[in-house]
Structures are given as C-alpha cells and as structure tokens.
Design a protein around this ligand. Sequence first.
Ligand code: SF4
Ligand code: FE
Length: 483
Amino acid sequence: MALKTSEQYEASLRKLNLKVYLLGELIENPVDHPIIRPSLNSVKMTYALAHNPQHADLLTATSHLTGHKINRFCHLHQNTDDLIKKVKMQRLLGQKTGACFQRCVGMDAINAVDSVTFEMDKKLGTKYHERFLKFLLMMQEDDLTVDGAMTDPKGDRSLPPSRQADPDLYTHVVERRKDGIVVRGAKAHQTGAINSHWILVMPTIAMTKEDSDYALSFVAPADAEGISYIYGRQSCDTRKLEGGNIDVGNHHFGGHEALMVFDNLFVPWENVLMCGEYEFSGALVERFAGYHRQSYGGCKVGVGDVLIGAAALAADYNGAAKASHIKDKLIEMIHLNETLYACGIACSAEGQPTASGNYLIDLLLANVCKQNVTRLPYEIARLAEDIAGGLMVTMASEKDLRHPEIGPVVKKYFQGIASVPTEHRVRILRLIENITLGTAAVGYRTESMHGAGSPQAQRIMISRQGNLEQKKKLAKTIAGIKD
Ligand code: SF4
Ligand code: FE
C-alpha cells in the first residue's frame, strides 16, 4: 500500500502504544484525547488531500526507488519542480488547517539524511546510506508519518555537550553493543511526535571530536520501549475541554509539540544512521535546518492567508471594510505574506542536486526566507489585531452566547452590521485570537521566531553564504580600484 487514506492513518495510530504524559497524567488513548485530537486532524489532512484529484499533483510524487505513487511527505526531491511543489503543498495545507500539520519535519529529515549518509559512506566506507534507503522504502510503502527530531534541551549554552553538568542534556550513546547502541537524552519541541509512526533522530549542532558520542542519528518506532513523551502546553489549550466549538477559535485543527525522552533506548545497528562521525554532524544540521527554513515559506504563508481572510471578514462584519486605512492594512498584510512565499519559491527554484541525487534548496535564500519569517508574521498578526479591535480579547464566552437569559444580551451588544449574525462575528474574532494568541499562535508566532532555528542561527548562515569578498570585488571594479 503506497497511499494510506486518512482513516487508515488514524487506524494505524490507534495500534501504537505511545507513552504520553499530558497535564500530569499518562494518557491511555491519545487519538481521541480532546487536547491532542485537533493536531491529529491536521496530519490526517496530509493523507486526505493525497486522494483528492484536485490536489494530488501537489500531495503525491513518484518514488525514485520504486516508481510507485507515494505521498510527497515521503519523497526525496528529485528536481527543483519537486522543491517548488513542496512549498505549494505546505501553503495549501496551511490554508486548509489554519495550523501546523506537523508532517514536514520527517520529509525534511529524510532529505537531509539521504545526502549526508551518502557522502559519509563515500568518505568513510560506512554502510549508513544502504540502511537509510531500506528505512525510506518502508516509509514510502507504508505511507508513514515520521518525526524528524533535532533539537536537544542543551542545558548551559556556554558549554559543549560533553561538559554539561548532566551529560543527558544532549542526546548521546551510552553503550555500544554487538547488536546495537543504547541512547539516553531528550529532544525538545518535537512537532507532531504523538501523531508519528517512527522517529528520525539527528544531532542538534556540529560536533567536535570530544563530543563524538553526541554525533548520533537513528530511526526508531515511535512506541519503542524506552521512549516517552511529555506533551507541551499551549495558550488556551484547556478551552478544548469545555465542549462547544467557538471559544477555541479553530475547533477542528491544531498542532502540537512534545518533549521526547530517551531512557536507555536500545537501537539495533540496522537503524543507526550516524554514530560518532562528528565531522558530518554539521552538514546534517545545516541541511535539515535549510529544508525546514524553506518549509516556513509555505506553511506560515498558508496560515497567513487564513489570518488575512479572517481580518478582512472582521472588517466586513464591523462595517469598516470601506475605510481606506483598513484597505491599506489588508494590502500590507498580503504584501508581507507574499514576500515570505516569494522566498520559499526562490530558494526552491535555485535548488541544486546533491551527490546522492536528491535536490537541496539554495541555502542562502532558505535562510533569508526563515529570517523574514522571524519578523513578518508578527507584523501581519499586529495588523490583524488592529483590524479586529479590542473585542477579540474582551468578548464573552460561547456559554454566555448560548445562555437562555444573557444570550440575547450578548447577541444584542456584540452585533456588528445588522445583516451578519453576532455568532459569525464572534467566530471570526475567536479565529484571529487563536492564530495570534491561542493554540495556533505556537505555530504562527513563536514558532516563526524559533522553529527551524532561532534568528541568530540564520544570521550565521547568511554571513557564511553571503560571499562578502565577491561583493567587495564588484565594488572595487566599478569604483576603479586596482590592488
Ligand atoms: Fe510543517 Fe510548518 Fe509545522 Fe514545520 S511548522 S511541521 S513546516 S507545518
Ligand atoms: Fe516547525
């Protein structure tokens, strides 16, 4: 089976035996938990749209391994067209869910691991690439959701991994056995971890010789003995426990992050993709981050489309749509959002093949894309809040709206233009609240800042890739300066 339906995906998750803690409790059934469920619905959309003839061109691809039709989230980009379609697919999914749909981290991880294991084997005579391709084949044929896991907790940022007071603050090998390795540590902020079948772990920074036990990459079933998850809180998350479907803002979709803990996890050698080859850890980090920085030029733009639409509706419902400053603010929001998209498309169009044959984005442009994402969604959110007005954060609850006595009062005083029911106005303002301040704000705001690397990480890459010496030469030639 190369393409699962969304129902088959959900059924396959029910078979997993994940150890998930949420609000201080071990969760029996994550699939139906009201706080987790919306995030599962977002991942389901990545399966559902692959069966939709209108979107199949973006959501599916032809496997370079088997020639089978597979979900694009399991695909290695074979050309720049694939890279561009990836970004378009992410924008589409952002538009359909208004949230983080989580599955991109696995797609970005396999594309980074492919070229790095190939180069590692070529130089060192190791067998990692062969192992990786075996895993990839299974991932493609079973249409798996894989959680690419990179970010370590990192403890004291002034110290390298091996000099931390607690050695587990970076994920590392604690034992090398004949049949495999034993791993301890954790990965923080793991997007979609609870909705994944497998995890693909990568090192978090470029390692040195002293830290070679931390130069580690492997795959493991998400429910392997020794892995547990502690679910991350989101602003307003317990509104999902109240029943009703207005106050959460986006009642059907969401995203999630979790702390993934490895407590003496055993990984057989056949699942190990890097173990001690510290000189390749930097390339793996750089490429995974590059792909994920490209990703943000798609997903954040799609959610931005939803936010811009919501702001425009809020203006319509307020009777303010004709005001010139409102029109101008909406134009500005579109301009900013499309600027992000332009970066996502540009770094894809300028992609180049790697030694293993899959395509890598232009790293400079991908980092410029993400650097813009650390800023422009904040301005888009600011303008949305400006247009929405203060009612977005002072409004009464859905329960008040439905109350037999005070409901009519709420409806009377929260009415905007007479032709639009108050409930519509309330729903749109709650949606704006959800994306700018509520559960989806994780994905749209703070993740825009720190996801795929904090702003300074991009600035380091921009300074490395920016080729300042070449620019100086250009200036000297034009200015007539001969050395
Ligand atoms: Fe995909 Fe965006 Fe979520 Fe990352 S933040 S997993 S790119 S939707
Ligand atoms: Fe992310």
